[in-house]
Design a protein around this ligand. Structure first.
Ligand SMILES: NC(=O)c1ccc[n+]([C@@H]2O[C@H](COP(=O)([O-])OP(=O)(O)OC[C@H]3O[C@@H](n4cnc5c(N)ncnc54)[C@H](O)[C@@H]3O)[C@@H](O)[C@H]2O)c1
Length: 250
C-alpha cells in the first residue's frame, strides 16, 4: 500500500515502541516522516532502519512538554519537507505508585508529556493541517477509558487526551480536519518492560485489566494508526479506538 505518498507526517515518541513502529509503517507506505523524541540515540536507530530500507525520514530532539520546542519542531518539519498532512502524538510516560504519594513534580511531569505535549503540537500543527486537509491521531490508552490502580496521573492524563481529541473534533467539525484517538491496551514495548510497581502491590487489582488474549505488538498499533491517518478513513472523525485485544470489552 502507498497510502502516504506525497504526505508529510510528524510522529512523536519516534525513538521507541509504537512511535518507531509508526514511523516505519508510514515510511513504508510512502510518507515523508519527521520523528521527534528526547532519546537521540533511539531516534538515530529509527532513522537508520527507515533510511536503509529506502524510506524518507528526518529526526529531531524535542521534549514535547515544552511548548516552545513543540512549535519549533512543527516549523522544522514544514521547513524540511514543505508541508504537514498528519500529526501522530505517540510520546508518553507512565509511573506507578500509590495515589496519596504522587508528588506534585511527578503529576506535572506526566501531564506535561502525556497531555500538554499533544495540545502544544496540535496548536502548532492545526494551521498547516487545515491548509493541507490533514488529520491528527493521538495515542491515549485504555487507562483513559477505565480506572487502573497505581497510575492515577497516567489515567487522568490519558482521559484528558481522549477528551481533548473529542473537543477538537467538535470544534473543527465544519472544517476538513479530522482528529481521532487510539487507545492501546498492553503492548510489548520498553514502557511495559520498565514497569516498577509499589512493593505492596495487590495483584488482584492489576489482574482485573490484563486482557485474556495477552499483549499486542507495536506494529499492531502502527497499523491501526496508518488506517485512521489515511484517506481510507475519511469518515472517521472524533472516534476513540481501543486496540487492546478486548481488554475493555467487558
Ligand atoms: N506499551 C503499552 O502497553 C501502552 C499501553 C497503552 C498506551 N500506551 C501509550 O503508547 C504510547 C507509546 O508508548 P510505548 O509503549 O511505545 O512506550 P516507549 O517507552 O517504547 O516509547 C515512548 C517514547 O516516548 C518518548 N518520550 C518520553 N518522554 C518524552 C518527552 N518529554 N518528549 C518527547 N518524547 C518523549 C520516549 O523517549 C520513548 O521513545 C505512549 O503514549 C503510551 O502511554 C502504551
Amino acid at each position: 500500500m502507498n497510502r502516504f505518498e506525497e504526505k508529510v507526517v510528524l510522529v512523536t515518541g519516534a525513538a521507541s515502541g509504537m512511535g518507531r513502529a509508526t514511523c516505519i509503517r508510514l515510511a513504508a507506505e510512502g510518507a515523508s516522516v519527521f520523528g521527534l523524541d528526547v532519546d537521540e540515540s533511539g531516534l538515530a536507530q529509527t532513522k537508520a532502519t527507515i533510511t536503509d530500507s529506502g524510506g524518507l525520514i528526518e529526526v529531531s530532539r524535542c521534549d514535547v512538554s515544552s511548548r516552545e520546542q513543540c512549535f519549533e519542531a512543527v516549523d522544522k518539519t514544514v521547513a524540511h519537507f514543505g508541508n504537514l498532512h498528519v500529526l501522530v502524538n505517540v510520546a508518553g510516560i507512565i509511573r506507578f505508585g500509590h495515589t496519596h504519594l504522587i508528588s506534585e513534580q511527578e503529576w506535572n511531569l506526566t501531564m506535561g508529556v502525556n497531555l500538554n505535549g499533544p495540545l502544544f503540537l496540535c496548536q502548532a500543527s492545526i494551521p498547516h493541517l487545515l491548509a493541507s486537509k490533514g488529520n491528527i491521531v493521538n495515542v491515549a490508552s485504555t487507562a483513559g477509558l477505565i480506572g487502573q490502580a497505581y497510575c492515577a496521573a497516567y489515567c487522568a492524563s490519558k482521559a484528558g487526551l481522549i477528551q481533548l481529541t473529542k473537543a477538537m473534533a467538535m470544534e473543527y467539525c465544519k472544517t476538513s480536519l479530522r482528529v481521532n484517538v487510539v487507545c492501546p491496551g498492553g503492548t510489548d514495548t520498553e514502557m511495559i518492560g520498565g514497569i516498577s510497581m509499589p512493593d505492596d502491590v495487590d495483584g488482584e487489582l492489576i489482574n482485573r485489566y490484563t486482557p485474556l488474549r495477552g499483549n499486542g505488538q507495536p506494529e499492531d498499533i502502527a497499523s491501526a494508526i496508518a488506517y485512521i491517518a489515511s484517506d481510507e478513513a475519511r469518515m472517521i472523525h472524533g472516534s476513540v479506538f481501543a486496540v487492546d485485544n478486548g481488554g475493555v470489552a467487558g
